[in-house]
Write a protein that binds this ligand. Structure first.
Ligand SMILES: [Zn+2]
Length: 356
């Protein structure tokens, strides 16, 4: 078969003969007065292919090119060449135009971003399930030690508040401990070890026991759902990925413990907040506590939002949307509740005990 050959050294076209060795998957190129070239299909790239023309290239330095203007040769080559399909796809992509190239680039970038921002954090978040519950306690203890000092704790009001917790939820109060901390910040949070911290300013803003019970049920639900543990893992996803892949639980624990001090700064997502609200409501139902207290509290906090830069709202975003779904949930899952004068008494007592 007649062909035009470029030897890669000079740009001059050279007349050549080509033959396809089907069985051996090789191409034979013969030029007058030169040693014949035998080349495997797998070493050949299709640089151009259209009806009646095929351009093949092979080798690097020199890169040699063979051009065959014959449709039966082209179709035969494409048919018998098992490595050719890859070449065609590559060729098609190469000649697909800038729009396709931009699209491909965007897809690749999108994939990398997606992996980094969604997939890896998702894996890291799931890593929590391989951590034993006892580890939550360890992390919480460390975070508590690093964030709260002995002098900040109002020990008298703290005692009263733990009595409150015992009366409020007699079945599970033992897993939690409440701390009243003297602070001008409107905040409350719970650590994975069950330590609940409530700032004195927050306690002063709370008017009824139902509001306080609503807040506590919400905070406790963050602990039972392991939210801060999940969030911590997510924020450390880059480091954690390797440990998870290697199933290195000890490495995982070390990284988390090293970062326990960050726990307080982590801001819960809306999903976590909603989860904590809904499980909080279940806890209120169990102890026959009026769920309206939770709504009242969030409304108070929301009003404060316009005046202050509140700590609680930065880590537990309260939106009107949130108040709406809590109301809706209560409406769809009504339950009976009773007044708890003994809780109100303890709340009043704690408030009078607070030194500042
Ligand atoms: Zn929350």
């Amino acid at each position: 078969m007649d062909a035009v050959f470029y030897n890669g050294v000079s740009a001059r076209p050279i007349d050549a003969q080509v033959s396809l060795l089907d069985e051996k998957q090789q191409l034979l190129i013969e030029v007058d007065g030169e040693t014949p070239i035998l080349i495997a299909f797998s070493d050949i790239a299709i640089t151009h292919s259209e009806n009646g023309l095929i351009v093949l290239s092979f080798g690097k330095n020199p890169n040699r090119v063979i051009e065959v203007r014959d449709e039966s040769f082209r179709s035969h080559y494409l048919k018998i060449n098992h490595s050719g399909k890859k070449g065609i796809t590559y060729f098609k992509l190469l000649n697909a135009g800038w729009k396709v190239h931009v699209l491909l680039a965007l897809l690749i970038i999108g994939f990398c971003f997606g992996t980094y921002f969604y997939f890896i954090p998702y894996i890291a978040e799931s890593a929590v399930s391989i951590l034993p519950r006892s580890f939550d306690k360890k992390v919480g203890d460390m975070a508590f030690e690093q964030s709260i000092t002995e002098e900040e704790i109002d020990s008298v009001a703290t005692l009263t508040m733990n009595e409150y917790l015992k009366k409020m939820m007699p079945d599970e109060y033992k897993n939690y401990h409440l701390n009243v901390v003297k602070s001008d910040e409107l905040n409350a949070f719970a650590l994975p070890n069950g330590e609940i911290v409530i700032y004195s300013k927050m306690l002063r803003h709370i008017k009824t026991d139902d509001e306080l019970s609503g807040l506590l049920s919400h905070e406790i639900s963050h602990v039972t759902n392991r939210h801060s543990m999940r969030l911590l893992c997510k924020s450390l996803s880059g480091y954690l990925l390797l440990s998870v892949m290697m199933n290195d639980v000890n490495g995982l624990m070390t990284i988390i413990l090293d970062n326990a001090h960050n726990l307080q700064q982590l801001s819960f997502s809306r999903t976590y907040e909603e989860e904590a609200d809904i499980s909080g409501l279940k806890l209120l139902e169990k102890y026959k506590i009026n769920p309206k207290g939770m709504i009242d509290l969030f409304e108070i906090l929301q009003k404060e939002h316009s005046v202050n830069i509140p700590g609680f709202l930065s880590t537990h975003p309260v939106t009107s949307d949130r108040i709406t779904y809590i109301k809706k949930h209560i409406k769809n899952h009504p339950f009976s509740f009773t007044p708890h004068p003994e809780l109100m008494q303890l709340l009043t007592k704690a408030k009078t005990q607070m030194s500042n």
